[in-house]
Design a protein around this ligand. Structure first.
Ligand SMILES: C[S@@+](CC[C@H](N)C(=O)[O-])C[C@H]1O[C@@H](n2cnc3c(N)ncnc32)[C@H](O)[C@@H]1O
Length: 286
């Protein structure tokens, strides 16, 4: 295979047109480099000589389009995945939020974990909020976490709250004791936390939805959307960031993956709170 021929934008664009026409599959929102790597892998896996040959393969093997689409679906997640952001949340942002809510009497803390995959991000925030609100001297503040993904199978896995010993590898021992129970080899999220997290299907690219339907009106104090933007092209990233920014209450916080920090930092409605952590605050008013 000639790498140069493979990677021309024209060759990729032609393949994408074919996928849209023959399979109704629109892959244009994805980042070109990410897409090209996925295509290279499928070309190799199917034994095709180049991208043009892979186009022919797609025409002859209708199931291959779904395999290609699935290969773009990256679901890797971890508990407390962005340590810097979670340290900021635990030590500064969430305590400040709790105090402000208690002072103003303004209801509950509302959190959206967007692109939550199998739930680790949502449960991690639930653990922090549980710890910060459950102490005797803490103000009696309620919290709700709306966790969304476009993938129903991953949400179903998230809802079970079951994780392997490997999956909870970087959860501190004291948190394993407090927030999980052991069922055989599995670590299972405590019912106390389950009552606070609602998982539902939501596509961030859907122009007709502003925030998870289950949340009714958005107005989030905290939105986490980590390791999602990087898979999309610039215009799509902008669309998602605009949507997340609109869903935040004034002064609310957005957390992204660290590799996504510089993309989000350009948004006029957000200010970077404490670099290098990828934590932003919505400017007031915006
Ligand atoms: C790499 S995982 C990141 C999971 C978690 N946020 C983390 O950082 O550990 C990316 C997740 O984003 C979801 N996703 C990608 N595009 C999406 C979209 N347009 N709408 C909703 N979820 C999306 C995928 O289904 C996947 O579960």
């Amino acid at each position: 295979m000639k790498a140069k021929e493979f990677s021309t934008d024209a060759a990729v664009a032609a393949l994408l047109r074919g996928l849209a026409e023959a399979h109704g599959l629109d892959l244009t929102p994805y980042d070109t480099t990410f897409l090209r790597k996925a295509l290279e892998q499928r070309v190799a896996a199917t034994g095709c000589a180049n991208l043009a040959a892979y186009g022919g393969y797609l025409a002859e093997h209708r199931a291959e389009a779904a395999v290609l689409e699935q290969s773009l679906h990256i679901i890797y997640s971890e508990f407390f995945r962005n340590p810097l952001a979670f340290a900021l949340l635990e030590q500064l942002i969430l305590p400040g939020m709790i105090e402000a809510k208690a002072r103003t009497g303004r209801g509950e803390i509302r959190v959206w974990s967007a692109g939550c995959a199998t739930g680790q991000e949502a449960w991690s925030v639930a653990m922090l909020l549980d710890e910060l609100t459950a102490t005797e001297c803490a103000p009696p503040i309620a919290y709700r976490i709306f966790a969304t993904d476009r993938s129903e199978p991953d949400l179903a896995q998230a809802r079970t709250g079951h994780y392997s010993a490997e999956a909870v590898g970087n959860v501190q021992a004291r948190r394993l004791r407090t927030h999980f129970s052991r069922h055989g080899d599995a670590f299972v999220i405590a019912p106390r936390l389950r009552a606070r997290v609602e998982f539902s299907c939501d596509d961030l690219l859907d122009a007709n939805s502003a925030s998870p339907a289950a949340s009714i009106y958005g107005d989030f104090d905290l939105v986490l959307c980590s390791n999602v933007l990087l898979y999309y092209r610039a215009e799509t990233r902008q669309f998602i960031i605009d949507k997340l920014c609109r869903a935040l209450a004034p002064g609310g916080y957005l957390v992204t993956g660290e590799t996504e920090r510089d993309i989000v930092a350009k948004h006029p409605g957000l200010r970077l709170v404490a670099p290098p952590a990828a934590v932003f605050q919505k400017k007031k008013p915006f």
